[in-house]
Ligand binder design. Structure first.
Ligand code: GAP
Length: 435
């Protein structure tokens, strides 16, 4: 597996991920996604949405706002309990989580003495309104889940869903994280993909929890992650979030060690009961089969887009020696999430007839797939460039293409080449990409 440093520099060099606000000296623990990063990220989100929302009859989607009424965060318990315990260095004033320190008696950076533990909110405050003192103070959401709880009744009233059913959402979340410094693994702003799955209080929650945990594991195949690197970790009561009665973290083998990729929690009726109390609205569900009213219980599968993207990059990045003795870096991405599905080259850039033919092929493919056109440098360099960003197929127009109306298609993984008629190219690629 590559080191994290290698992945960080690769991501910047090839336009996947840049440090945030870099021309101003950066802003610690913020990152921006570049041209290839945004394609990869969108493909992960689309794959998630299809697998978890569209392919399931018991799921619907939602896209809630980042800003919510501050009462939401009082009811959810975040104002009171979403806090990190920290110690501060009396000399350099850096803050640390005591549970992450090997030696609690001195600052790991400058050796200075540490203060007693204090609690700091994990939420970012913001003020709505033109005058700060008179404005409404609220928070940037620290989890997307609360939009789902707050809208659960709207979804019930405006669709045909019946319990058991789930609502899925993808969106940004913000946390005033202290333990950072592992690239996009833990950042201040990140994207979550969450499901709140509503069940009857008398349902067998343990079985539903297990079924969801298994289904989540299946997503590894969809995005090409190695299941052998995913390990379930039961979270004990002391470590569990305040809303959860059972949590399993699913840890991935990252270059810096095993850590949480995604998780599942049994949130009981904690959130809906608290929102019913705080809002004064009736959030009960009438179950026709059980012939009774109740506040549903909730199983929550939760995912971080950025961590999945990091796991994918770490798993796919390979440095190989080819049979001809050349070295190459190749990103063995699953076809479905590769930023470009194919790249088209004219064999020589100074032969207008080849460039014209290659452009025509490119234009035809562009309507079907995300494709790149590359005529920089020699053909070997173009292969290396496309291998490095994980493009599954590279297509070259050569002099035979002018006579035979065909192209060579090279497979990223086998590096085997095959001549394919231009008229059959779209069908050929579709078959290969979905194989
Ligand atoms: N609604 C439940 C919840 O938010 P969580 O375990 O705190 O649970 C869910 O977060 C997922 O969000 C994590 O499994 C992780 O993938 C991602 N995540 C959490 N904090 C993150 C951070 N600071 N940076 C990047 N991803 C994060």
């Amino acid at each position: 597996m590559p080191t994290l440093e290698k992945i960080v520099s690769f991501c910047k060099r090839r336009g996947f991920i840049y440090p945030g606000s870099e021309i101003y000296g950066g802003l610690a623990n913020t990152y921006d996604y570049g041209p290839l990063g945004v394609e990869l990220k969108n493909n992960i989100k689309q794959a998630w949405w299809k697998y978890f929302v569209q392919d399931r009859e018991d799921m619907v989607g939602l896209d809630g706002g980042l800003l919510m009424n501050p009462k939401v965060w009082e009811a959810s318990g975040h104002v009171e309990k979403f806090k990190d315990s920290l110690v501060e260095c009396k000399k350099c004033h850096k803050r640390f989580r005591p549970d992450k320190l090997n030696d609690i008696s001195k600052c790991p950076e400058c050796g200075g003495g540490l203060t007693e533990e204090k609690f700091f909110s994990g939420m970012f405050k913001t003020v709505i309104g033109p005058v700060e003192k008179e404005g409404l103070t609220t928070y940037l959401r620290p989890e997307t889940a609360q939009n789902i709880f707050v809208n659960y009744k709207n979804v019930l009233d405006s669709t045909n869903v019946k319990i058991p059913f789930g609502i899925g959402q993808i969106g940004k979340a913000f946390r005033n994280e202290i333990t950072t410094g592992t690239f996009i693994f833990r950042t201040l702003e990140f994207e979550q993909m969450e499901i709140e799955y509503f069940i009857s209080p008398s349902a067998n929650w343990k079985k539903i929890f297990q079924d969801w945990a298994d289904y989540m594991r299946g997503f590894m195949d969809v995005i090409g992650l190695d299941k052998r690197k995913l390990h379930n970790r039961e979270i004990g009561e002391a470590e569990r979030a305040f809303y959860s009665k059972r949590t399993i973290d699913m840890d991935y083998e990252f270059p810096f060690g095993k850590d949480e990729l995604w998780a599942i929690a049994y949130r009981t009726d904690y959130d809906l009961s608290n929102h019913q109390k705080m809002s004064g609205q009736n959030l009960e569900y009438f179950d026709e089969q059980e012939n009774k009213k109740y506040i549903p219980h909730v199983i929550e599968p939760t995912f971080g887009v950025d961590r999945i993207l990091l796991a994918i990059l770490c798993g796919a990045y390979k440095e190989e020696k080819l049979e001809n003795g050349e070295n190459r870096t190749v990103l063995k991405l699953h076809h479905s999430i590769a930023p470009y599905k194919a790249a088209v080259f004219p064999l020589l850039r100074n032969k207008p007839e080849l460039v014209k033919k290659a452009r025509k092929v490119y234009e035809e493919l562009k309507g079907e797939f995300m494709v790149d056109f590359d005529d920089h440098g020699n053909i070997g360099k173009r292969y290396r460039r496309q291998d490095e960003v994980g493009t599954p197929f590279t297509i070259t127009c050569d002099f035979d293409s002018l006579k035979q109306d065909d192209v060579t298609v090279r497979d990223r993984d086998t590096i085997k080449q095959k001549r394919v008629k231009i008229g059959e190219l779209i069908g050929y690629l579709k078959e290969k990409l979905h194989a």
